[in-house]
Design a protein around this ligand. Structure first.
Ligand code: ZN
Length: 303
């Protein structure tokens, strides 16, 4: 219990620091081109007797940008925004059909109404699935395309377990903050693209090319930084939470499906290389597989 609280505080602080760095560069940029002199902000700063300097304005604004949404992190709109910022999309066509078929098996077994859950696909190169907030589950496209339907059901059952066990609360809070760091990275990518288009114009183009490189380096650095808290979560992620989510999948009768799904993910990741494996939030440890096997065997023994 104490360990979990400590872990939550460390991850929360680290996520705040990383995103604060990113968001403050954005407000710094805005301040440079059109000084921020919003009345409500100045009034608030005066109220708390914060000296009115450019640096303080940027610090206060960046802190507000990250912490105010945290108050709203449980709302429907925040969860939707979060899924969007994580590059998750509503599945279409064949993807939608596959995902819905897998999920319908899970909900039938669990006795839950499928219409209460939102499913998403994520266009990244890793084999992964994750739960967001209290009713969203996302799977990556490679996972959806390389696992068979019964294996996908097993993985979805594990994610549903996280939602049922309320493991996703803290992650939701941290992702809410990270989404603003992500948004700044997206804005910078857009600026870079615009500058690169302009770089075809002679003379002005040289300047825009140089500035666009400045943004490219920042984007690269930020993307690296943003992954740090995720690493820490993985490192500190309570094994217990994973076991409990696995147990949930077993209890609703999808233990074998999950077991096979995890084996397929491990096999796929071995082919993907080191970076992809580091980013996976579900290291399919031998321990997890062992426990699932034991539980399923026990269940079969009772039947
Ligand atoms: Zn998990």
């Amino acid at each position: 219990m104490l360990y979990n609280i400590l872990r939550d505080i460390i991850v929360f602080s680290l996520t705040f620091i990383v995103n604060f760095l990113i968001v403050s560069t954005f407000w710094g940029l805005v301040e440079m081109f059109s000084p921020i002199r919003w009345q409500w902000l100045l009034k608030g700063m005066r109220y708390f007797s914060i000296p009115m300097t450019e640096t303080n304005i940027i610090i206060v604004l960046s802190t507000l940008t990250l912490l105010v949404p945290c108050l709203l992190y449980r709302t429907w709109i925040m969860q939707r925004y979060l899924c969007w910022s994580l590059n998750c999309q509503k599945p279409k066509g064949q993807d939608a059909e596959r995902l819905n078929r897998a999920m319908s098996v899970v909900c039938q077994k669990a006795g839950l109404d499928m219409s209460n859950y939102n499913l998403y696909v994520c266009n990244t190169k890793v084999l992964n699935a994750f739960a967001v907030g209290n009713n969203n589950i996302a799977v990556t496209l490679p996972l959806l395309n390389s696992l068979d339907l019964s294996e996908i059901s097993g993985i979805l059952a594990h994610e549903l377990g996280h939602i049922q066990n309320r493991d996703t609360n803290m992650a939701l809070l941290n992702s809410t903050m990270s989404s603003f760091g992500n948004l700044v990275v997206r804005i910078y990518s857009f600026i870079t693209l615009a500058l690169q288009i302009l770089s075809f114009i002679p003379i002005i183009g040289w300047f825009t090319a140089i500035i666009s490189w400045f943004f490219v380096i920042q984007i690269w650095l930020f993307q690296f930084l943003m992954k740090l808290p995720l690493h820490i979560i993985t490192m500190f992620s309570s094994r217990q939470d994973e076991f409990e989510a696995d147990l949930y999948a077993c209890k609703i009768g999808l233990g074998v499906n999950l077991y096979n799904g995890l084996i397929s993910i491990t096999g796929g990741e071995a082919r993907m290389g080191f970076a992809a494996r580091l980013l996976s939030s579900h290291p399919a440890t031998k321990q997890r597989l062992e426990r699932i096997k034991n539980y399923v065997q026990k269940q079969e023994g009772l039947a």
